[in-house]
Design a protein around this ligand. Structure first.
Ligand code: SF4
Length: 315
């Protein structure tokens, strides 16, 4: 039966909700084997890498229940305004030296004011000049701002939908799901690649996961970050159980069936779920990329271990 679902995905057809649930009930080793075959056929076996810099941290007006940077919660996350270009340059050069392909400038909040937009544009020009694929995650932007950044060298716009529309009211009440969908559509309309995914383990059910995957497919985003909750003290998700390795691997595998030709990047929470060998395990579940280095407000997986695995894959 899984073979039939695989053939359907391989042929470019959207698998149904019933088929998605068959994969959830199926033997994990079999499901991940087929997910790997889909990944190998569509995006190959090279591991796409990216790294981020936290360019402005904390004091976000939004109340996303999993986020250390929301001003609504008393977390110990760092708070600072947009950092100097010199720090961005230093981090970008280090990223380039490591052989990581993409570098993203990330700032908290719903979107930048005019002054911060100018700084973001200067940062995009700088990172591009260092020879890295240049990405941003800076909240919602207007079409005109997106075009300006594209002309400055922007390669990809990152904006997560976080979860499905039907589950979204459980995780954020300060803006509408449609605002995020619209931000993604505007970037695609501007001709910029979009990296857009979600966070898992926040209380959503498998039906919400299917709903999000189908929307991402329909939107036509090129890259899909998969984040796992690493519960932060002070947020409403404090004390939540972390996903098991098996569930995290199954999420990656079934997303490969719905989004066979997209870059599935495992990002935040990888080292919370996988205590060791995380890079290898997410790759064996059908992922095609991963974030390396530190996350926004917490330490990331061991960089040397990650790069060793990635270089081995590429040799
Ligand atoms: S996820 Fe983004 S929008 Fe939501 S609270 Fe965190 S920084 Fe703000």
């Amino acid at each position: 039966m899984i073979e039939n679902i695989y053939e359907k995905a391989l042929g470019g057809e959207l698998i149904s909700s019933a088929e998605f649930f068959e994969l959830i009930d199926g033997d994990l080793a079999v499901v991940t084997d087929y997910a790997q075959k889909l990944r190998d056929g569509f995006t190959g076996r090279t591991v796409k890498t990216c790294s981020i810099i936290n360019a402005r941290s904390g004091l976000c007006s939004e109340d996303c229940v999993f986020c250390a940077q929301s001003a609504h919660y008393g977390t110990k996350a760092p708070v600072f305004p947009f950092i100097d270009l010199a720090k961005i340059k230093e981090a970008a050069i280090r990223t380039k030296e490591l052989g990581v392909e993409r570098f993203s400038i990330v700032s908290s909040g719903l979107g930048p004011d005019d002054e911060e937009f100018r700084k973001i544009k200067a940062a995009v020009e700088l990172v591009k000049s260092i020879g890295l694929q240049t990405d941003i995650s800076v909240g919602c932007l207007t079409y005109e701002q997106l075009i300006e950044l594209k002309e400055a060298g922007l390669d990809s716009y990152h904006h997560n939908l976080e979860t499905s529309e039907s589950f979204f009211p459980n995780i954020c009440t300060t803006h509408e799901y449609a605002d995020d969908v619209n931000a993604v559509k505007e970037a695609l309309r501007a001709g910029i690649d979009v990296c857009c995914g979600g966070i898992f383990g926040i209380g959503e059910k498998w039906e919400h996961r299917y709903e999000l995957a189908v929307l991402l497919r329909e939107l036509g985003v090129q890259s899909v970050p998969i984040n796992f909750l690493n519960p932060v003290t002070g947020t409403p998700k404090e004390g939540t159980d972390i996903l098991t390795e098996e569930e995290a691997m199954r999420i990656i595998a079934v997303y490969r069936f719905v989004l066979p030709d997209r870059i599935l990047r495992v990002c935040g929470g990888r080292n919370a779920v996988f205590k060791s060998g995380g890079a290898e395990k997410v790759f064996s579940a059908g992922a095609s990329g991963m974030m390396v280095g530190d996350y926004l407000t917490v330490k990331g997986p061991d960089l040397e271990e990650d790069m060793e695995f990635i270089n081995r894959q590429h040799s």
